[in-house]
Design a protein around this ligand. Structure first.
Ligand SMILES: Nc1ncnc2c1ncn2[C@@H]1O[C@H](COP(=O)(O)OP(=O)(O)OP(=O)(O)O)[C@@H](O)[C@H]1O
Ligand SMILES: [Mg+2]
Length: 567
């Protein structure tokens, strides 16, 4: 009996009509549509959107879509059968032709507006109307919301054609950036870092868009040519795609007395955020003021943990504006991101990013986004001084708690129970002077070596005797603390669970999207395999290929070591 019910429970969704039965829309049912929008979602030209939480939009399908890949892991988690990828309607739907939607699915998707603050400075000029009312999802369109094993998930096409927020751009994403986002989400999830997830990746055999990019071997900082790219659509999945910038938009409207419904719309979107991302942790029965305070405190914990995790694996988001900061506490928008190879605290692959969004500055950028988040919640406290005091305190404590978490992370990354300032400062100095590869060095240290010879393959240049001696001294000090603290074998195992073997190396990903441009998807699948298990050493043939220092020719190489945000 129990076997039977288990097998029933395990039944996978096999075809598109079963898939449609999973749909259950709360976004469109419980929030306000822009009153000026049309129900049919035929709304693809830039225009001002003054109110409402979303605009109904029908995506523009990419012509002649070809399936490239899907996330086997996410499919399993959602209990979707891989057979679905062979279903014609599934393919049409996730390549943008949602006219195939069956009841209870909606044949219309939605795009949302959001505000933009760059490192705390509010921008309004970023839209064609100079007001900020034309800024939001320009090419991201949500098309599905459903219940999967009781978990509510939203599915969003990236590159699904223009929306009213497109600001005159084409609404498309190129194959290169879609491959990057698809693979990066897979890797981040496997690294154990909260993230939007990859569902599927389709490319158009016939639609071409032009973008500035780098010529082969370019040493230019900014793109030097225009190139033709195939359009692609990748679908990402998350409990919500709400951003700090979105809460900010509604709060700005309250502050500016933009319309009578402004405060109510802010309240609705915050309640929606709680419902989507914090439902299990916030009691529905408490007052809105108490909910807001709890929300700020929960988001603070999630954001702090997220940033510490980014630092742990060498991830640099690159463009950590309020509009690229998910209010649910996970990584969102894999645009000009990168992973640090040669250790550099100022690592920043995006040419437009500046130092403020660089690798080691991310805790500060996060603190600023958190401040924006808190001040956006403030109007919901109805001027109550005591509640405002609590919210202010939560915001004020961000940096101290962030520091604490970082110290814990650095200590654990080195197998230590406690942060040791002298030891860790000397370690950072040595990493910089020795020109170490961030991932390889930490992984080699996870073997807890007792001599510097074991580290030599993690340096980009041979180190001299003096430096060598410094490493020897450091290793000795480190080992003696480790030994005092306890079981070395257990420490090594812990370090290996925090320090991956394999990481994102852009020069390995470039051939994957370049081959894909020629219709060969083998390298994408290979990388997907490697990225699915980044903490486990692969057999030596595979290991030699993927566990390597960045070759010298790829330094200062346009499109590899740095890139513009032309996606
Ligand atoms: N080709 C395009 N067509 C329309 N809008 C675009 C296009 N490229 C970028 N945008 C819009 O410009 C804004 C800034 O772009 P950014 O690179 O931060 O985001 P993105 O990578 O497109 O999307 P997301 O943050 O949803 O992952 C976003 O609102 C985005 O929707
Ligand atoms: Mg973005």
């Amino acid at each position: 009996m129990s076997t039977k019910s288990n097998s029933l429970k395990e039944k996978l969704t096999e075809n598109f009509s079963e898939f449609s039965q999973l749909s259950d829309y709360s976004f469109m049912n419980s929030l306000n549509a822009d009153p000026q929008s049309t129900k049919d979602g035929n709304d693809h030209k830039p225009r001002s959107v003054y109110s409402g939480h979303y605009v109904p939009v029908v995506p523009t399908a990419i012509p002649e879509p070809e399936y490239i890949s899907h996330s086997k892991k996410l499919f399993k988690e959602l209990r979707l059968s891989s057979n679905l990828t062979k279903d014609q309607n599934f393919c049409r739907f996730f390549s943008g032709d949602i006219s195939v939607a069956n009841y209870p699915m909606s044949p219309v998707g939605w795009a949302t507006g959001y505000a933009l603050s760059i490192y705390g400075t509010e921008y309004t000029q970023q839209c064609p109307f100079g007001t900020g009312n034309g800024y939001g999802d320009g090419r991201a369109i949500s098309v599905f919301e459903g219940l999967f094993n009781g978990k509510r998930m939203e599915m969003q096409l990236k590159g699904g054609g223009p929306t009213p927020y497109c600001r005159g751009a084409d609404g498309r994403a190129v194959l290169r950036s879609s491959v990057r986002e698809f693979l990066a989400q897979e890797l981040m999830d496997a690294l154990g870092i909260p993230t939007s997830r990859s569902l599927t990746l389709y490319v158009s055999r016939s639609e071409i868009v032009r973008r500035p990019w780098y010529s082969k071997g370019s040493r230019y900082f900014e793109p030097d040519i225009m190139i033709d790219n195939q359009a692609a659509i990748t679908t990402r999945v998350a409990p919500s795609f709400l951003r700090v910038g979105q809460i900010e938009l509604f709060a700005r409207r309250v502050r500016n007395n933009a319309h009578d419904e402004a405060l109510n719309e802010l309240k609705m979107i915050v309640k929606h955020l709680i419902h989507r991302n914090y439902k299990d942790e916030i009691d529905n029965e408490i007052s809105i003021e108490s909910k807001v305070i709890k929300l700020a405190s929960l988001y603070r914990s999630r954001l702090i943990s997220l940033i510490a995790n980014w630092m742990r694996v060498g991830y640099c988001q690159g463009n950590f504006n309020s509009d690229n900061c998910a209010a649910g506490g996970y990584t969102l928008d894999y645009g000009p991101f990168g992973f640090c190879e040669l250790f550099d605290p100022r690592f920043q692959p995006w040419t437009g990013g500046g130092e403020h969004f660089s690798f080691f500055n991310q805790p500060f950028a996060a603190a600023i986004n958190f401040k924006t988040f808190c001040s956006s919640l403030s109007p919901l406290l109805s001027g109550n001084k005591q509640d405002q005091g609590k919210l202010d305190q939560i915001e004020k404590d961000f940096s101290e708690l962030m520091n604490k978490e970082l110290k814990k992370m650095w200590a654990n990354k080195l197998g230590l129970e406690h942060y040791n300032e002298t030891l860790i400062n000397e370690f950072f100095n040595l990493m910089v002077i020795s020109k170490a590869d961030y991932t390889i060095l930490f992984r080699k240290l996870s073997e807890i070596p007792d001599n510097s010879y074991s580290l030599k393959d993690s340096f980009y240049f041979p180190i001299d005797d003096e430096l060598n001696n410094r490493w020897e001294v450091w290793l000795k000090n480190w080992q003696s603390i480790l030994k005092k603290e306890g079981n070395i074998k257990a420490k090594s195992a812990l370090m290996k669970s925090l320090n991956p073997v394999y990481t994102w190396r852009e020069w390995m990903v470039v051939p994957a999207y370049e081959e894909a441009e020629k219709g060969n998807y083998k390298k994408i699948k290979e990388l997907q395999d490697i990225f699915s298990n980044p903490y486990i050493e692969q057999p030596s043939e595979i290991d030699q290929k993927y566990n390597r220092l960045k070759p010298s020719q790829y330094f200062n190489y346009g499109g590899v070591s740095h890139y513009s945000c032309s996606s």
